[in-house]
Design a protein around this ligand. Structure first.
Ligand code: SAH
Length: 225
């Protein structure tokens, strides 16, 4: 019997993390209404089990959020797919900003649907965790920043897509300012009850908000740790 190096076992997957299990996840996403083939193939290309602790990898392809430490979670595959689909709206994305890297799962999916991805996380050990996962998957078009995402990344603006993966009490002005003309911002807003919003910016002074659906995210906090 061949003895695999632990890193190889992790990257190739065993048992419940097999290709078949991953295909079942894609079938479920289609049944849940995800239609964008570019998003579906990005999800299919990213092994979700490498983003969670080995003890949880058996559950990595279930449609649930899972703990990643520091009181944070990896998002549910459905919501990652849904937000990516809304952000893309069938178009090619050039420069995308994500607020709330966590373990980097959504970031990795974005790296397959956008030319350049910038992602901001406020908890330093999570930035390091995400960096190692993204390196393992060779997501070379991604840059991570340890910062308070409420400010966005003004030095790199404008972004044609901005995605916030933690629930904000209000839409941060900085993010609205950093949205390119024609750009799209997807953000969960609310405390007890959260709603996913889409903000479009058809022209410089015109922002259009659409309420999409109820969601459940960890809160968008301030400062760094
Ligand atoms: N995108 C992740 C979801 C991570 S959960 C995924 O694909 O699974 C949300 C993350 O947002 C947490 O890691 C949390 O620390 C981070 N976060 C919360 N407030 C933030 C802020 N102001 N700036 C940057 N990151 C923030």
């Amino acid at each position: 019997m061949a003895i695999l190096k632990p890193s190889l076992v992790k990257a190739t997957g065993i048992g419940m993390t097999s290709q078949r299990t991953r295909e079942r996840m894609l079938t479920r996403l289609r049944e849940q209404g995800i239609k964008d083939e570019v998003v579906l193939s990005a999800i299919s290309a990213i092994p979700r089990h490498i983003f969670v602790d080995e003890a949880l990898s058996i559950r990595a392809y279930e449609d649930v959020s899972l703990p990643i430490g520091f009181g944070q979670t990896i998002s549910q595959p459905y919501i990652v797919a849904r937000m990516s689909e809304i952000l893309r709206k069938g178009n090619t994305l050039n420069k995308v900003l994500e607020i709330g890297t966590g373990c980097g799962y959504q970031t990795a999916v974005l790296s397959k649907i956008a030319a350049e991805v910038y992602s901001v996380e406020r908890i330093r050990p999570l930035v390091m965790k995400a960096r190692s996962h993204l390196r393992e998957l060779k997501c070379v078009n991604v840059k991570l920043a340890h910062a308070d995402g409420n400010m966005g990344l003004p030095q790199l603006a404008p972004f044609d897509g901005i995605i916030v993966t933690a629930a904000a009490s209000h839409i941060p002005q900085g993010l609205l300012d950093q949205l390119a003309i024609g750009g799209r911002l997807v953000i969960p807003v609310g405390t007890d009850e959260q709603i996913l919003y889409l903000v479009e910016r058809p022209s410089k002074f015109d922002y259009r908000q659409t309420k999409l659906e109820p969601v459940k995210f960890v809160p968008l906090l301030g400062g760094t740790s």
